[in-house]
Design a protein around this ligand. Structure first.
Ligand code: GTP
Ligand code: SPV
Ligand code: MN
Length: 612
């Protein structure tokens, strides 16, 4: 029975049902009884495997089709009336064509199936930041994941009232045919259609589709920002709190930084990190002229491989109950889960992510085909499980942001950390981000590509307009956050990481926050302000950068170096990127920053005085 009198919701549900022809329509009310029943049904059908109730209460394993393990960027479209509004970085299709194509594919596809209607909220229901969506889907897995990742149920319909607006999302699993897979966004209609997939980022429509692609479009029109950013809080020994937002591309360390546990001597001094969000931030200018952020999500859809007690204790703890694991391995000895990096010892009896028995003797960590878990295997865990979840998570209030951090996976060139000279230079640094690709999206891994603000796959409009929007936002923020860039992923000639990373990133965070306070000096370089090596705390650091060689001041200096020759090349390459694609819509402020960078990197005798 329909749970609302909202005509727009009813119309949307009816139109979707007319198209897809489900046998049954079930409205998700968000009650525990209903969710429990759906879990039982999914276990019965084999869609979910129930895990050990004592060790992992209320936890389940799901395996996707082998052809459906990551986002598909080349099948993800922004469907605006005018092609130029989607811009040169996005794939574009005319709305009429996209509707027709997807209708064709989805027509009758729910025959014999149930269509679930999920009313959900991005943000705390009733808060001024919240935005609502209705996703219809024929997948119980999607219902159960949405129920963790967003706020789901009757309260959302109540908040929508009789004629409230919402984002329409139609997901039809069809037969998971990769050739007919499309993730379509209609920003002008507040609508999303996803067909032929059942993988997270393609089908949990509140996440990347709504909270980033559609929301970034809304944010541009309404004067706010929707970003691929974690939000964390730092408590200082004197009790003061500061908040930081950081944008790293997919599988480049957001969840890890958001849940960081500071090194022992920091903890003893009283430093603490709390998590507000690990993937998405919505940012608005407050009346006080600062930038304020909320996390619109309600859970974590995190990368499993590499997560363990030492690398990310808080994430691991978050997965201990009420969690859905996707494409990890099943340890059949005790019906728990396993993935590469969870433990040093390999489990003896495992079923791999494809459902086949796994042979630990053949495991070679350099050969992904021998892995038990898929490299992009994930956990969907309730944020409330996280031991370091912030009290601001789930509150009606946003948090004020002191620093914005950009960062990518860069084997060379980019130093451990540097600071932008001002807001516009920071926007330039974000626009200039490149990062090596990861398993989070289908395609080759480890290829360096431009990923401005970690938003290449997620900006719902023209990238040049997006840069301009950032510049314009700067004009509205009287007291803007300072902007930084970090790189945890510098490697030596043998491919070893040169920085310990993880909890030790606290050392960099400390420098960043001191810069925000103006309590530490810096070196002015061609690319911005770089720390004086002595100003980054490397005490009590027990890290071997390679066998027998401990991390010391010299190691730190090596990853703080700004090599002008390399940066001259970087600038030249960036100029090609600007010119090649986004050209006419790049704001002047960014061209100026590029000119400054080029000048700053000219060989010594030719250097003109660096403009500041
Ligand atoms: P998405 O959920 O795809 O947006 O990813 P994310 O940005 O949240 O990345 P996540 O924190 O899950 O990390 C992805 C991978 O990077 C994992 O394999 C981590 O182990 C690894 N990683 C994270 N932080 C660090 C770090 O500081 N140093 C190194 N070397 N690896 C890291
Ligand atoms: C990412 O790829 O950035 C993710 C996972 O956070 S997904 O939801 O699949 O996009
Ligand atoms: Mn992400």
């Amino acid at each position: 029975m329909a749970l609302t009198k909202n005509k727009k919701v009813l119309d949307f549900v009816n139109e979707s049902a007319e198209l897809t022809q489900p046998d049954k329509i079930v409205w998700i009310d968000g009650s525990e009884t209903q969710i429990k029943k759906l879990k039982e049904e999914a276990v019965k059908s084999g869609e979910l495997i129930k895990l050990n109730e004592d060790l992992l209460p209320d936890c389940y394993l799901h395996r996707t089709k082998v052809n459906d393990v990551a986002r598909v960027e080349d099948r993800t479209f922004i469907c605006t009336t005018k092609k130029e509004d989607a811009g040169p970085i996005n794939y574009w299709m005319a709305p009429s064509q996209a509707y027709e194509l997807c209708s064709e594919i989805a027509r009758g596809s729910m025959k014999g199936r149930t269509m679930y209607v999920i009313p959900y909220s991005m943000g705390v229901v009733g808060s001024e930041f919240a935005k609502y969506g209705i996703e219809v889907t024929d997948s119980i897995y999607v219902v159960l994941n949405m129920n963790i990742m967003t706020r789901v149920g009757k309260t959302v319909l109540d908040a929508l009232g009789k004629d409230g607006d919402f984002i329409k999302g139609l997901h039809a699993k069809c037969d998971v045919n990769a050739e007919k897979r499309y993730i379509m966004h209609f920003p002008e209609d507040n609508a999303i259609i996803s067909v032929n997939s059942a993988y997270g980022g393609n089908v949990l429509l509140g996440k990347k589709c709504f909270a980033l692609r559609i929301a970034s479009y809304l944010g541009r029109n309404e004067g706010w920002l929707a970003e691929h950013m974690l939000i964390l809080g730092v408590t200082f020994p004197d009790g003061e709190k500061k908040y930081v937002a950081a944008a790293f591309p997919s599988a480049c360390g957001k969840t890890n930084l958001a849940m960081l546990i500071p090194p022992k001597h920091y903890r003893e001094k009283g430093y603490k990190i709390e998590t507000v969000g690990d993937d998405i931030a919505w940012l608005r200018v407050g009346e006080d002229g600062r930038l304020w952020a909320v996390n619109p999500e309600n859970g974590f859809f995190g990368v499993a491989p590499g997560t363990n007690e030492h690398s990310n204790y808080n994430a691991l703890q978050s997965t201990k109950k009420g969690t859905i694991f996707t494409n990890v391995a099943l340890n059949t000895d005790d019906m728990t889960v396993w993935w590469e990096g969870l433990s040093k010892e390999l489990p003896e009896h495992c079923i791999d992510w494809t459902g086949k028995p796994w042979n630990p003797a053949k495991f070679d960590k350099k050969d992904k085909s021998t892995c038990a878990a898929h490299p992009n295997s994930r956990f969907t865990a309730p944020a409330a499980n996280c031991p370091c979840i912030s009290e601001k998570f789930g509150s009606l209030e946003a948090v004020p942001i002191s620093a914005i951090i950009f960062g990518g996976r860069r084997a060379s060139t980019t130093p451990l950390v540097y600071q932008a000279r001002d807001w516009n230079h920071g926007v330039f640094i974000g626009s200039a981000m490149s990062s090596e690709t990861t398993a989070a999206a289908a395609g080759a891994v480890g290829v360096l590509r431009h990923d401005p603000m970690a938003m290449k796959p997620f900006t719902g409009y023209h990238m040049g307009d997006y840069f301009a929007h950032w510049v314009n936002m700067g004009k509205k923020i009287a007291n803007p956050p300072k902007i930084f860039n970090v790189n945890w992923f510098r490697t030596d000639k043998d491919g070893n990481f040169m920085w310990p990373g993880f909890g030790d990133n606290m050392r960099v965070l400390e420098w960043i926050l001191k810069r925000c306070d103006g309590t530490v000096d810096a070196e002015e370089t061609a690319i911005g302000y770089v720390p004086k090596a002595e100003d980054i705390d490397i005490s009590e650091l027990d890290y071997e950068i390679c066998k027998g060689k401990k991390f010391d001041l010299k190691s730190l200096k090596e990853i703080l170096v700004v090599d002008k020759e390399k940066w001259a090349k970087e600038a030249e390459e960036l100029e090609g990127y600007y010119n090649g694609t986004i050209k006419d819509r790049i704001p002047d402020e960014l061209w100026q920053s590029l000119e400054t960078l080029k000048n700053n990197c000219k060989p010594a005798e030719k250097t003109e005085k660096a403009s500041k």
